[in-house]
Ligand binder design. Sequence first.
Ligand SMILES: Cc1cc2nc3c(=O)[nH]c(=O)nc-3n(C[C@H](O)[C@H](O)[C@H](O)COP(=O)(O)O)c2cc1C
Length: 158
Amino acid sequence: MGILNDDMKRVIRQQRMGFMATVSADGSPNLSPKGTTTVWDDDHLVFANLGSPGTIENLRHNQACELNIIDYYLRKGYRFKGTAEVLTSGPKFEEIKEAYTTGSRGINRSGIPAHGYVLITINKTAPLQSPAYTPGKTESAMREEWTEYWADVQETNS
Ligand SMILES: Cc1cc2nc3c(=O)[nH]c(=O)nc-3n(C[C@H](O)[C@H](O)[C@H](O)COP(=O)(O)O)c2cc1C
């Protein structure tokens, strides 16, 4: 069994969004959204480099990274810490490219040409839960509250 459990995989696959933090050469943080983030296997996440020059540059001098992925309705999720490898050629690159191109391995097919793929070995995970989970607050009550909130937002924005 790997480090990623079934609930982590559910959240990652459903959300289709990971916020990826890396460390810049001057030590400052760099955070950006990666909508192609998904599960590769029990110990690895992956995303397509569609346009992330800062992240890729940072990983060349420091492989350390962290992704945060949360269920916005349940207000719960996970932190994933690890090390990332930038793949632009070779057998693993081809395998991942095939999965994004064909939609195999449960990966959502992407028609956007990628500059490469970032494969992240996860070495530490931690759950995230909103402090709004006060005693007695259930997941279904939380989901109902935020479903209503987002419906209102969509109505306001439409
Ligand atoms: C909703 C959304 C999804 C995105 N998904 C990806 C992605 O999967 N891969 C990618 O390389 N860039 C993606 N981007 C674009 C990068 O986040 C954006 O170009 C960012 O400025 C890159 O920052 P960086 O160069 O510091 O990595 C996405 C942006 C948004 C708003």
